[in-house]
Ligand binder design. Structure first.
Ligand code: GLP
Length: 282
């Protein structure tokens, strides 16, 4: 992608370059990398750089501004960490999405597809793994099935309006989804079609930071903030139909729960008795 922003020119026909030495201001304006960050922020605020615009390559930016590549890299890295810019591995640096965050309800058992569609976004899925095989000891414990019983594994990059926001690793008993290829965009649609819709789930959230490979998939900086979610979902009879572990970009989602005072004034806890992360329930 090499639009007008890549050339550093103004949109709308004007030709004043955005990236040229004079635009960084004098020394009194602070360190060079901070001045470059300010220039990029101003370009976004003025509409000269828009979401998904590509920035010139580091080398070109350094030449256009008359600064070192180290300065350019430091400035871009800081803005990537803040989510102002995004880096796609091997393809360059882009203006990130505006700060609008997607909302995920915590008090209803809904699917990613439902949540995103309900809030006017377009959900998407990029498959990372769709396979089946015998359950490991850990998978068997999580799903409450015999070790070696068949499970279906579904690992997906979840997209919102084309942008990656989460990695989801689901395991499902093969009795619910025998053929992983039958799952389209929505796992919950596939479960409903099989008459295996979950009716209850226990979900845990924890703050984590992204490792290298997850960060690359989510187009985020390694070490940036994320929310790890584990959902264990149950059929009406109490058997586990899904265990999904997800990593959501920390800057992408607001998790919203409605709280109310219970009639007798005491709090309730819908979670299981055990506080451990690995608890399985049947
Ligand atoms: C959410 C949950 C997952 C669940 C998924 C189903 O993201 N955290 O546990 O598997 O929704 O969404 P979909 O039906 O879109 O695949």
């Amino acid at each position: 992608m090499a639009g007008p922003a890549a050339e550093g020119t103004m949109r709308g026909g004007a030709t004043t370059p955005l990236f040229r030495p004079g635009r960084l201001g004098g020394e009194e304006a602070g360190p060079l990398y901070l001045r470059l960050q300010a220039l990029i922020r101003a370009g976004i605020a003025e509409g000269r750089l828009r979401t998904n615009d590509a920035l010139p390559a580091e080398r070109e930016l350094a030449a256009q501004l008359g600064v070192s590549r180290v300065t350019v890299r430091k400035a871009l890295r800081g803005l990537v960490d803040e989510g102002v810019l995004r880096q796609r591995h091997g393809s360059g640096t882009y203006v990130g999405r505006p700060a609008e965050r997607i909302r995920q309800p915590l008090s209803r058992l809904t699917s990613f597809t439902e949540d995103m569609t309900a809030s006017g976004h377009v959900p998407g899925t990029r498959w990372l793994d769709r396979s089946s095989g015998p359950a490991t000891a850990e998978e068997a414990e999580l799903l409450g099935i015999a070790p070696g019983a068949a499970v279906t594994r579904l690992t997906r990059l979840r997209l919102v309006d084309g942008d990656p926001v989460a990695i989801e690793r689901a395991i499902v008993p093969a009795t619910a989804i025998p053929d992983p290829a039958k799952v389209g965009t929505s796992l919950y649609d596939a479960l409903a079609s099989a008459g295996m819709q979950p009716v209850r789930a226990v979900q845990r959230l924890a703050a984590v930071s992204l490792g290298e490979s997850e960060a690359r998939l989510l187009e985020a900086a390694p070490g940036s903030a994320a929310v790890a979610i584990e959902r264990i979902a149950y059929l009406p009879g109490g058997s586990v139909v899904e265990c999904t572990r997800s990593h959501y970009r920390g800057d992408a989602c607001d998790f919203v729960a409605e709280l109310s005072l219970s009639p007798n004034g005491a709090g309730t806890d819908a979670g299981p008795a055990s506080p451990t992360h690995q608890t399985s329930q049947g």
